[in-house]
Design a protein around this ligand. Structure first.
Ligand code: PLP
Length: 393
């Protein structure tokens, strides 16, 4: 007998991947230039040259040392480099022992959930949210409690989160800059969250943790991205180099248990235990060592900023309603009918691949991923115009 839930997850790809696969097939059929694929968040900016140079130099070194296991939580020298960078950038103490290197933010979040919760607990997510959160939460035996964010700002709705917190709540996942909306939570919003959490912790007599999912931390257009542990010490930062250094296929990131929390050592030990239990040990060593040398290399956001400008200007001129993105590389656009799935299907007829909002936990919107070649946006504009005209007619 196989596990039915796992069978279901394997048999049914995510809406994003399904649309992406459709796009690949369609491109083969009618030509790449005729399909406007806004489905997936694969960075279009190449990894910085220093990444390639570092990897090449590492490959010239001792292969036995390079390709061997590191300790389960990562190479100590790599953890030192990341901890130093955290201290330099955010002015907080960071003990390398509090870092656990992972194959991307995905593994970091799954480990954090397993470490912080027991089966039957509740985890709060803020909708719209990255769909895999629900899969990882349920895999930890927990319930995913969805709380809508405020519209039209898409900030955390503190009163609604307070209402949703129960004696079973063990953690909340927050994601800023946000996928799919592009919102960045303001300092004021996060401070209000922290004071509410402090009150609820007292009331419930149990710790409430924040899992801060930060793969888009570096992809911003001027907004302040607050370092969450300085606002709420009971924070686990789940970071990734997938978007920051355009390395999504290489699978490298980390969980950092903030030194500012009173029980940091205990939580760190649970992280190590969860990594062990899930088999997420010894993140790819070539990438660990590459990161040690590239930890402070800035992200190149110029191409995303230009695409954001190109796309928002074009869609505004056509009369589409959308959320002005402050970060990440996604545009959240109001569907032209209530049923986002139906709207996405009608867009498909114009070769526009837009992800319907339902799998992000809300109806009525689509997500446009703009980490793509600028020409695709330019060429797609007549299709967006024809789609709008169809609804206006
Ligand atoms: N969290 C969010 C919000 C994401 O958008 C993604 C990937 O797109 C991930 C986590 C997973 O990132 P990684 O490639 O680091 O596993």
């Amino acid at each position: 007998m196989i596990n039915e839930r796992m069978f279901g997850l394997g048999a049914e790809p995510s809406a994003i991947r399904e649309l992406f696969a459709y796009g690949l097939a369609r491109k083969a059929e009618i030509g790449e230039e005729n399909v406007f694929d806004f489905s997936i968040g694969n960075p279009s900016v190449p990894a910085p040259e220093i990444v390639k140079k570092t990897m090449a130099a590492l490959l010239e070194g001792d292969p036995v040392a390079l390709h061997g296991y590191s300790p389960a939580s990562g190479d100590p020298a790599v953890k030192n480099a990341i901890a130093q960078s955290i201290t330099d950038r955010f002015g907080v103490p960071a003990d390398p022992a509090q870092l656990y290197l992972t194959a991307g933010a995905a593994a970091a979040i799954a480990i954090s959930l397993a470490a912080l919760s027991s089966p039957g607990d509740e985890i709060i997510v803020n909708a719209p949210y990255f769909p895999e959160y629900k899969v990882w939460i349920e895999s930890a035996g927990c319930t995913c409690v969805e709380v809508p964010t405020t519209v039209p700002e898409f900030q955390l709705d503190i009163a609604a989160i307070e209402q949703a917190i129960s004696p079973k709540t063990s953690a909340l996942i927050i994601n800023s800059p946000n996928n799919p909306v592009g919102a960045v939570y303001s300092r004021e919003n996060l401070e209000a969250l922290a004071s509410m959490l402090a009150r609820k912790e007292k009331e419930l007599g149990r710790p409430l943790y924040l899992i801060s999912d930060e793969p888009y931390r570096e992809i911003t257009y001027g907004a302040e991205v607050v370092y969450v542990p300085t606002i709420w010490p009971r924070t686990l930062v789940c970071y990734s180099y997938s978007k920051a250094l355009s390395l999504p296929g290489e699978r490298i990131g980390y969980v950092y248990v903030s030194d500012l929390m009173d029980n940091a050592r205990e939580v760190s030990c649970a992280i190590a235990g969860a990594g062990r239990a899930l088999g997420y040990v010894c993140a790819p060593v070539l990438l660990q060592k590459t990161i040690a040398a590239c930890v402070d290399v800035p992200s190149d956001v110029a191409a995303y900023a230009a695409n954001r400008e190109r796309l928002t200007r074009g869609l505004a001129d056509l009369g589409y309603e959308f959320v002005e993105p402050q970060g990440a590389f996604y545009l959240w656009v109001r569907a032209l009918e209530e049923d986002a799935q139906a709207f996405s299907e009608r867009a498909k007829a114009h070769e526009l691949l837009l992800v319907p909002s339902d799998s992000f936990g809300v109806g009525g919107w689509v997500r446009i991923s703009y980490c793509i070649a600028p020409e695709v946006i330019e060429r797609a504009m007549p299709a967006f115009a024809a789609l709008k005209a169809e609804y206006d007619a």
